[in-house]
Design a protein around this ligand. Structure first.
Ligand SMILES: Cc1cc2nc3c(=O)[nH]c(=O)nc-3n(C[C@H](O)[C@H](O)[C@H](O)COP(=O)(O)O)c2cc1C
Length: 341
């Protein structure tokens, strides 16, 4: 039987087990996006995972949305991450950096003074975000990126990938869901552009395709992954027609298939969830040739069964890892992930 404890590979990464730590924003950076000591301790404690996906890290000041979240946009900031990646490597683990540009899901109080909130179109998302200075605030009104500026954002992701490797990360994952910038381009409700980055299916997928091409060109496909959750309406992501979701993701995944990404990290949907519910794992298996990491509300038994049946190659755990640094040992000796035998 193939189980959570069977080694596997994701592109060039050799995982000692198939238990992946899901990316989780912790808001433990300094106010200006630098790494703190707490973070090396936190990630080091969880190095028994086959792979850790870091919290979302902004590729630029404009990409930062939430308070006290990290930014990786310079060699100095890459230096700041080295104690984190070393802490994981010293304990025999692997860690990749998640690139998370928030786009319109942001508030200016959480950003550098000269940073802007930008998006595919000047459409404000419904909802609120926490700020340290003024508590909950409505999301910013975003400014629409010009066509030239979109290429500039693609270049920010390329720089991010290079800096992540310089910082000692083993690879990079593009955050392509949860209402952030790539998802804003993909979705008909938030992308009303009429230039080459919108207007048609081909136009809407162009930005995330170019981002992945640039990251792959920079560090190699064997170290690049993508996270998706088709149909998830989180952060006011609404398509004009429900069938847009299937159409968009089929076209997007087909367009990036030749890149040969090392992994797709897929959040599944459940009956009764808001938005469009489809079998995201089956879609990913159909249209992606590399490894598949499945996520959302798994326990160890279901994860083992899914891996053994070939539904996925690895499973990521979020909340269990948050509360339980020794999750891998606990799964291994049959204790429940929550820590209550
Ligand atoms: C505190 C917290 C922060 C999160 N931050 C991120 C993030 O930065 N990037 C991301 O892709 N997902 C993020 N997520 C989603 C998780 O990666 C994961 O998809 C979710 O917790 C469901 O998995 P689980 O059922 O194993 O907890 C976050 C979840 C939590 C609980």
């Amino acid at each position: 039987m193939v189980s959570l404890f069977s080694p596997t590979s994701l592109g060039t990464l050799e995982l000692k087990n198939r238990i992946v730590m899901a990316p989780m924003t912790r808001s433990r950076s300094t106010e200006n996006g630098a790494v703190t000591d707490l973070m090396a301790g936190y990630y080091g404690q969880r190095a028994s995972a086959g792979l850790i996906v870091s919290e979302g890290i902004a590729p630029s000041e404009n990409g930062k949305g939430y308070c006290r979240t990290p930014v990786l946009d310079s060699p100095e900031r890459a230096d700041g991450w080295r104690p984190v990646t070393s802490a994981v490597h010293q304990r025999g683990g692997l860690i990749v950096a998640q690139a998370m540009h928030c786009g319109r899901i942001a508030h200016r109080d959480n950003k550098a003074p000269d940073a802007e909130t930008v998006a595919p179109s000047a459409i404000r998302a419904a909802g609120e975000m926490y700020t340290d200075s003024n508590g909950l605030q409505p999301f910013d009104q975003p400014r629409e990126l010009t066509e030239d500026e979109v290429s500039g954002v693609v270049a920010e992701y390329r720089r991010f990938a290079a800096l992540a490797i310089e910082a000692g990360f083993d690879g990079v994952e593009l955050h392509g869901t949860s209402g952030y910038l790539p998802a804003q381009f993909l979705c008909t409700g938030s992308n009303r552009r009429s230039d080459r980055y919108g207007g048609s299916l081909e136009g809407r997928i162009r930005f995330p395709v170019e981002v992945l091409e640039s990251m792959v060109d920079e560090v190699g496909a064997g170290r690049v992954g993508l996270r998706i959750c088709p149909g998830n309406p989180f952060n006011d992501l609404v398509d004009d027609r429900p069938e847009d979701v299937d159409e968009t993701f089929r076209a997007f995944l087909a367009a990036i298939r030749p890149l040969g990404l090392a992994w797709l990290h897929v959040i599944r949907r459940h009956e009764g969830d808001p938005g469009v519910v489809m079998d995201n794992l089956a879609l990913a298996r159909e249209l992606h040739d590399g490894a598949l990491i499945a996520n959302d509300s798994f326990d160890a038994a279901e994860a083992d069964a899914s891996i053994d049946a070939g539904g996925c190659d690895a499973v990521s755990f979020g909340r269990h890892f948050l509360a339980t640094p020794d999750l891998v040992a606990r799964i291994g000796d049959g204790r429940s992930p929550e820590g209550h035998p």
